[in-house]
Design a protein around this ligand. Structure first.
Ligand code: PLP
Length: 395
């Protein structure tokens, strides 16, 4: 009998972390690999945030804190929702965890019973289905077409809801496509959800601040009839270039928030006290660098999308936000190129052209690949040349 639990056998390690690790290993072995697999900003954490952390260490903020976040951080989060989203919460509707990832994991652990269904629009962030499986739930993957901008439509949502549906996950702007839902699109989905009163909504807003072309960010909790059934997750990792600090948070119904805290109390306890102090400064301090950085990402997005669309056999939609592009490689699969799947395409690209990207199938949609353009323009230029030369010499 295996020592490993049945629940662990249901899941796989994160494919995006695996690609990043492979690129790291190849680089260590002397290969000139450009990694476009990782989902983190290449910018550093701003100095005012670092200084707040140093001050916290020096003044003895080095002990356990309240399990689900310090009062100061919860207050800063309440203010953030008020200021940026016009959403009003009390501090007992807020929970803080070790990254958005832990908050989501705890939310599923706290709410799912065996057989409960979670609607996950694909392409999706790689961790959603596995987290649901680990918690004993059933991921219900709904494929969203490129012609719909990779977004869930009201019609598809209506069809996907069953008596067993517990959650719908929405992620805008999206990892891996960068697609953002407009207010109208969210309101269309909301009409279906208002009718289906048992469905809860998990809104993953982690890329809220990385957006382009005046995209108006709108989150589903702003639909007043749904606020009481929505858990809105966000965090400092992406907006404030703080992936290593591990602070994420959520706002929502008190019973769910309390249940998340209960799990945390018996697993990790509080997120790092120093990181929480830094997150207070991130949320309360100057915000102007966010726009500056978004502008830098926009320049890269424009370059990457244009370069991809100039490659024969590749086509790519223009993302509204995040720092990912999700081009199609369907035209390069088949007898002519001897590449059967997007996974084979990605493997060959790494092997022959030294560029690491992630196959679309890892995100639940075959025939595509994800590029993270959160890297320097110089590297992107070389990477795009390599991808072009690789694709155009496949036949
Ligand atoms: N949600 C999405 C869509 C993500 O892409 C990520 C990170 O890659 C997370 C949540 C988790 O972020 P973190 O745990 O760093 O806060």
């Amino acid at each position: 009998m295996s020592i490993i639990s049945d629940s662990l056998k249901r899941i796989k390690p994160s494919p995006t972390i695996a690609v990043t690790q492979k690129a790291r290993e190849l680089r260590a072995a002397g290969k000139d690999v450009i990694g476009l697999g990782a989902g983190e900003p290449d910018f550093d954490t701003p100095d005012n945030i670092k200084d707040a952390a140093i001050k916290a260490i020096q003044s003895g903020d080095t002990k356990y804190t309240a399990v689900d976040g310090t009062p100061e951080l919860k207050k800063a989060i309440v203010e953030k929702f008020k200021r940026e989203n016009n959403l009003y919460y009390s501090t007992d509707q807020i929970t803080v965890g070790t990254g958005g990832k832990q908050v989501l994991y705890n939310a599923f652990m706290a709410t799912l019973n065996k057989g409960d269904e979670v609607i996950i629009p694909a392409p999706f962030w790689v961790s959603y289905p596995d987290m649901v499986l680990l918690a004993g739930g059933k991921p219900k993957i709904i494929k969203c077409d490129e012609k719909d901008g990779f977004k869930l439509t009201a019609k598809k949502l209506e069809k996907a809801i069953s008596k067993k549906t517990k959650w719908l996950i929405l992620n805008s702007p999206s990892n891996p496509t960068g697609a953002g839902y407009s207010k109208d699109e969210i309101e269309d989905l909301a009409k279906v959800l208002i009718k289906n009163k048992k469905v809860h909504i998990l809104s993953d807003d982690i890329y809220e601040h990385i957006k382009y072309d005046n995209f108006n960010f709108f989150t589903i909790a702003q639909v007043s009839k749904l606020k009481d059934r929505t858990l809105t997750m966000n965090g400092v990792s992406k907006s404030y270039a703080m992936t290593g600090w591990r602070i994420g948070y959520a706002a929502g119904p008190k019973d769910i928030i309390k249940a998340i805290g209960k799990i945390q109390s018996q697993s990790t306890s509080n997120p790092s006290s120093v990181s929480q102090a830094a997150a207070v400064e991130a949320l309360n301090g100057a915000q102007d660098f966010i726009e500056e950085r978004s502008n830098a990402f926009k320049e890269r997005r424009d370059f990457v999308v244009k370069s991809l669309n100039n490659i024969k056999g590749i086509s790519c939609l223009k993302p509204n936000g995040a720092f990912y592009a999700f081009p199609s490689c369907k035209k390069l699969l088949g007898k002519k190129t001897k590449l059967k799947t997007d996974s084979e395409f990605v493997e060959k690209l790494l092997e022959k052209a030294n560029v690491a990207v992630v196959q679309g199938s890892a995100f639940g949609l075959d025939g595509y690949f994800r590029i993270s353009y959160a890297t320097s323009m110089e590297k992107l230029k070389v990477a795009m040349e390599r991808i072009k030369s690789f694709c155009e010499n496949l036949n």
